[in-house]
Design a protein around this ligand. Structure first.
Ligand code: PLP
Length: 619
């Protein structure tokens, strides 16, 4: 059996049961869990076409409280004289349902929102925000954005963060004309940088944040305008997914010192550490770009301890700590379920033998295939390459026919497969055999779009955990990459956790579908995805688990072809009307209309009926 590292990246939310199926435990306890295959079977029996995004809202709840408990635990461990208040950055997942779950599950601890655009602010204002929560306005702010923030500042605790120095002049102008005294924040540009893929968000060349000289200038301007008492927050953010705890310690030291100095002239209430809390996507617990070399408690301890120490040294009060961890809250709660709908590069089932009259190279290839072993696999593989080239030359000169060429290709393939397996046994990791392994590897075709569902895998080469959802008590016998259904060669998963270039999979069966999942998709992936090849959003299903029972609490249908065409300004109605001109008879028109209408109403993905429909409940 292969466990696909589930106990590393799964962080207690995912495991494998005795049937060999993936199970989800939304509160990390086996007392409350669901077999993913039960959910899939129920969906398929009710006519659902995969792919489907499964959301487990209770994982969001668990994450919010786990982070909260880590901070409050650190606060009591170090006797910190301040509080902790969480904020969710909307950019991590703007879906209304997700934001509503976050606000509801975190209502008791006043979870707030961080927004970075006018549209995000409008979206946040439509929601039922917890009474004492913070609404932090970051990003580029035009007059419309600022007017909205100022207008609602008596209804919500809105903090307008000065992210760029020049913004203060617009804020002052509009605040004066609207007679509002807004609460303000100051984003500082730290010298310390993060680590990992988003390290450029921090450091001197960062896009946002005020340099030391700008911070001093801002304090002066606020004082001159009678608003120094409204500066309530110091904020910094050195990038998402900080994989190395040393970077966090470093940044904390610098930022806490800045807080302490500013606190001596302004009544700063909040110390906002931004995001950065990493998710261990590959389960390696390392400082590699898809992981984290620290635990949640280590993170909260470092923040609380450093702040406490510096506040004591500088003789200033301890502020309320605010964190904007979005990835760490949202990543775990959703994953994509899709079916393998085919295999490419597959020459399984064809076996070739030399016959009387076949060219000598075919006999040589067959000899290599029969006699290749652990001692001679390199030599015989090189021989096979030579025979294959000779055979192709013969074909190009017109000396042999297509049948002989096909037989030669097949025999060469058979030698390659044996050579790869022997190289594996010999522990041969040379480039030559790594390349050969890729060549003989299978390409499994998955019914999904990498660009729509896992855009960061394509865009920034991030690793996401991927594995079969069943048959996990069987030893996988094959190896391959996973291609999606877009017509783009980039639409292929070729990098897996542990630096692997292929994933071990099971032999496909004719009587049962093969289901796979791509996990930890709840942060950024939901809204960053694009519509490459007009493949749209997949259907979403929300699952609630109570003890051993579970239910589907919500289903949000995926995009239909019609919706996507409209999104890209195609006028489907006009097209349907014009169809009459192309049909000779009324029945012909009826038939065409029916087919086109039906196709328009289907989802954009491959329509693959399920092979095995027996559910556990049917048994
Ligand atoms: N806060 C700010 C200002 C950000 O720019 C970001 C994202 O980069 C976040 C919070 C979210 O950080 P994370 O992805 O680590 O949750």
């Amino acid at each position: 059996i292969a466990l696909y590292g589930i106990h590393g990246w799964g962080d207690g939310y995912f495991s494998i049961n005795e049937k060999g199926n993936v199970v989800v435990m939304p509160n990390k306890s086996s007392d409350s869990c669901v077999d993913v295959m039960d959910v899939i079977r129920r969906l398929e029996t009710s006519g659902e076409n995969l792919p489907v995004l499964l959301r487990f809202p209770q994982i969001i709840e668990h994450r919010i409280w786990e982070i909260y408990r880590a901070f409050t635990g650190s606060i009591s461990e170090f006797g910190y004289q301040g509080k902790y208040q969480p904020v969710f950055p909307m950019k991590v997942n703007q879906r209304k349902e997700v934001i509503e779950y976050i606000l509801n599950y975190g209502r008791e601890i006043n979870i707030g929102l961080e927004i970075g655009t006018k549209a995000e602010l409008l979206a946040a204002l439509t929601l039922d925000l917890p009474e004492d929560s913070l609404l932090i306005c970051n990003g580029y702010k035009d007059d419309d954005f600022l007017r909205l923030a100022l207008m609602f500042s008596d209804k919500h605790k809105i903090i307008i963060v000065v992210d760029l120095f020049e913004e203060i002049f617009d804020i002052l102008r509009l605040a004066r004309s609207m007679e509002v005294r807004p609460l303000l924040g100051m984003r500082v540009k730290l010298f310390s940088k993060g680590s990992g893929r988003w390290a450029e968000s921090g450091g001197e060349s960062a896009k946002f944040g005020l340099s030391t000289i700008e911070c001093l200038e801002l304090l002066k301007i606020l004082e001159e305008n009678g608003l120094l008492d409204r500066l309530r927050m110091i904020h910094f953010h050195i990038g998402s997914q900080i994989t190395d705890i040393h970077r966090i310690k470093h940044a904390m030291n610098e930022a806490a010192r800045i807080y302490a100095k500013v606190r001596k002239v302004a009544e700063i209430e909040y110390f906002n550490v931004g995001g950065g809390l990493s998710v261990d996507y590959d389960g390696s617990k390392s400082s590699g770009p898809s992981s984290a070399n620290y635990t949640l408690r280590e993170y909260s301890n470092d923040i609380v301890y450093t702040l406490q120490k510096i506040c004591e040294e500088e003789g200033v009060p301890c502020p309320t700590i605010v964190s904007e961890s979005g990835r760490a809250i949202a990543a775990y709660h959703s994953f994509l379920v899709f079916k393998i709908i085919g295999k490419k590069n597959s020459k399984d089932g064809f076996v070739a033998f030399p016959l009387e009259g076949d060219p000598i190279q075919i006999e040589d290839l067959y000899f290599a295939f029969k006699n290749i072993n652990l001692k001679n696999y390199k030599e015989y593989y090189h021989d096979a390459l030579h025979y294959r080239d000779e055979l192709l030359d013969s074909f190009n000169l017109g000396n042999i026919g297509l049948e002989e060429r096909a037989k030669g290709e097949m025999l060469f393939w058979m030698v390659c497969q044996k050579a790869v397996s022997l190289a594996r046994h010999a522990g041969d990791n040379s480039e030559e055999f790594r390349e050969l392994k890729k060549l003989v590897g299978q390409k499994y075709i998955g019914n999904f779009s990498l660009f729509q569902s896992v855009p960061d895998m394509w865009g920034v080469g991030q690793i996401f955990p991927i594995m079969p959802l069943h048959r996990l008590r069987e030893v996988p016998s094959e190896c391959g990459t996973i291609a999606d259904i877009t017509c783009d060669s980039d639409g292929e998963i070729k990098s897996f956790a542990g630096g692997k270039e292929a994933i071990e999979l099971h032999k496909l069966s004719r009587s049962e579908d093969y289901y796979m999942g791509i996990f930890l998709l709840g942060a950024y992936q939901d809204t960053l995805g694009d519509f490459h090849n007009l493949l749209g959003c997949v259907t979403e299903v929300h699952v609630l688990v109570e003890g051993r029972s579970w239910r589907i609490s919500r289903r949000i249908p995926g995009d239909t072809c019609e919706k996507l065409l409209k999104f890209f300004n195609y006028d489907t109605e006009a097209y349907l009307q014009r169809l009459g001109e192309r049909c000779a008879t009324e029945p012909q028109l009826e038939a065409v209309l029916e087919e086109v209408r039906r196709a328009l109403s289907t989802t954009t993905y491959f329509n693959s009926p399920c092979l095995a429909s027996e559910t556990d409940e049917d048994k």
